[in-house]
Design a protein around this ligand. Structure first.
Ligand code: HEC
Ligand code: HEC
Length: 472
């Protein structure tokens, strides 16, 4: 709520300065609604949240405290952060409330449940603690075919902390053993393009169960865990949340250097997102057949293709040309993503939902893209996150990882470190990036991919790709 109130307050003040008191005051009731189309500044320009079905009252369930700790969904999914949560907002909230905002509740807003005053993970990396069982069964009730040991425990919040294990038993039943992983809030927008929900897909999949069932699952769990609710949300509350989230779209609108992202022939805008076609299986790489991906169209993003033929040398043209080159790199620059010559990839191979960048494969692809390798030279996630060794049954050595990912849900050792492929819209509104917050900026994220996959991008090409991502 605070972000909205702040931005509207400053609008009020500037109107007052202009003497528009009477024009504005009768309208104050509208401060109770999230507008149909709302623009915010971010570090690259402006982005917009758009609701094709009209404004949503802020007395509805998404904006209401449904548990016991004062949090709402909006606490971690802020309109001004593209329905994610940026570190700059976390810091401001901490400083203005002396750390008393419900965001910092010990349950998962502190480094560990028994350390209510330690918030290194949230303040410095934007991370919420997520407690998940590894024995005797996973969150989804599967028996894991691997064991987990902890080799680095910077928050003292793993298997040998009795307070964590007591909370684990309370949540998952007698005999359960839990680890703590630390994850970024996913943006609760553009959900009609999501095949799975949560980084590890642990909630009902929209692809198989429908979006309403998926959102209801997420919301019920969020009320019980994040909001420490003692009872489930009512069906009327769930309906308010799913109606709101199923009709919410976010996209960058303007770029400080390139201007309107739907100008001069370009076509990107939050207002056109609702009519972006999407279907599960629309652009698959899973059905590989022989020799590559016969059903795959690599031209996933097409917003800026009109800018690729520009030749101007004025600053606006140069900025538009850079974004267009970045779009082309994303779609068409190939690299070897695995040991076999067949393992040729593009950015767009995984991020293959047209003009959105989620994954459209049916069944959905969870990908192992390397952000959890503790010693990755660019990201170094092991420098602040716990490190786990996951050893498949029957093997003597295991994989070191900062988050076992999908394997924590399906119990399958082959899925260690696999994570869902997220939407790429509204990125600049909600740094840092990756589920573990390991890329502070888009430039770092691009450097990571370039190094890890040996893509061989020049520094100009890296800048182009960074500019393109920031324009989404
Ligand atoms: C304390 C912070 C916090 C609160 C409060 C919170 N969330 Fe979240 N939300 C998260 C985090 C963290 C994730 C990702 C967790 C994961 O994947 O393990 C997430 C994920 C989601 C997703 C998944 C999006 C996707 O693309 O998969 C949705 C939807 C969502 N939350 C909706 C809600 C709703 C609705 C509420 C209120 C009932 C809520 N959240 C309350 C932190 C929060
Ligand atoms: C093998 C599949 C795969 C390929 C290829 C791939 N990605 Fe990703 N991408 C992912 C996954 C999985 C995530 C989530 C990882 C995480 O959160 O740690 C992700 C996350 C991202 C994010 C961050 C989104 C966020 O909200 O934090 C961006 C931006 C991104 N990728 C851009 C790219 C670019 C640019 C390329 C090409 C250089 C690329 N990806 C290639 C799978 C892939």
């Amino acid at each position: 709520m605070r972000h909205l109130l702040e931005s509207r307050l400053s609008a009020l003040l500037s109107c007052l300065a202009l003497g528009l008191v009477f024009a504005l005051l009768p309208d104050s009731a509208s401060a109770q609604s999230l507008p149909q189309d709302e623009n915010f500044a971010d570090s690259g320009g402006t982005f917009s949240n758009f609701q094709p079905n009209g404004p949503t009252s802020e007395t509805t369930a998404f904006f209401s405290s449904l548990g016991t700790n004062g949090r709402t969904c909006e606490t971690c999914h802020q309109p001004g952060d593209a329905f994610g949560l940026s570190i700059s907002d976390i810091t401001t909230t901490f400083n203005t409330t002396g750390g008393t905002d419900p965001l910092f509740a010990a349950v998962d807003g502190a480094d560990c449940v028994d350390q209510p005053n330690s918030h290194n993970m949230l303040l410095n990396h934007g991370l919420i603690r997520v407690m998940l069982p590894i024995a005797p069964k996973t969150f989804a009730g599967n028996v894991p075919n691997f064991t987990v040991t902890v080799t680095n425990d910077p928050t003292n919040c793993q298997l040998n902390n009795p307070n964590v294990q007591a909370a684990c038993v309370a949540q998952f039943g007698a005999g359960a053993q839990c680890i703590s992983v630390y994850r970024r809030p996913l943006p609760a927008t553009n959900l009609p393009f999501a095949s799975v929900l949560m980084w590890d897909g642990r909630q009902p999949s929209p692809a198989t169960r429908g979006l309403t069932a998926g959102i209801n699952g997420v919301a019920t769990n969020a009320v019980r865990v994040h909001e420490q609710g003692t009872k489930n949300p009512t069906s009327a509350q769930l309906s308010q949340i799913s109606t709101f989230l199923a009709g919410l779209y976010t996209s960058q609108e303007t770029d400080n250097n390139a201007g309107a992202l739907n100008g001069n022939g370009a076509t990107e805008s939050a207002e056109t997102m609702p009519s972006t076609p999407f279907s599960f299986g629309e652009n698959e790489v899973s059905s590989t057949g022989t020799g590559g991906f016969p059903n795959f169209n690599s031209n996933v993003f097409t917003f800026f293709s009109a800018w690729s033929s520009l030749t101007g040398t004025d600053p606006v043209s140069l900025a538009q040309e850079s974004i267009a080159r970045g779009e082309n790199i994303f779609n068409n620059t190939t690299f070897r993503a695995g040991p076999s010559p067949k393992d040729v990839s593009t950015c767009s191979a995984c991020h293959n939902a047209f003009n959105v960048g989620t994954n459209s494969d049916n069944p959905v692809l969870f990908a192992h893209q390397g952000s959890d390798s503790p010693n990755d030279p660019t990201l170094q996630p092991g420098s602040y996150l716990p490190t786990f060794i996951v050893t498949c049954n029957g093997k003597t050595s295991g994989t070191a990882t900062t988050d076992p990912g999908r394997a924590l849900i399906d119990g399958n050792c082959g899925d260690v470190e696999k994570i869902k492929i997220p939407t790429l819209h509204g990125l600049l509104a909600r740094p840092p990036f990756f589920h573990n917050g390991s890329a502070a900026t888009l430039a770092t994220l691009v450097k990571f991919y370039n190094n890890r996959e040996n893509i061989g991008l020049t520094s100009q090409q890296q800048t182009d790709l960074t500019n393109f991502l920031g324009a989404l």
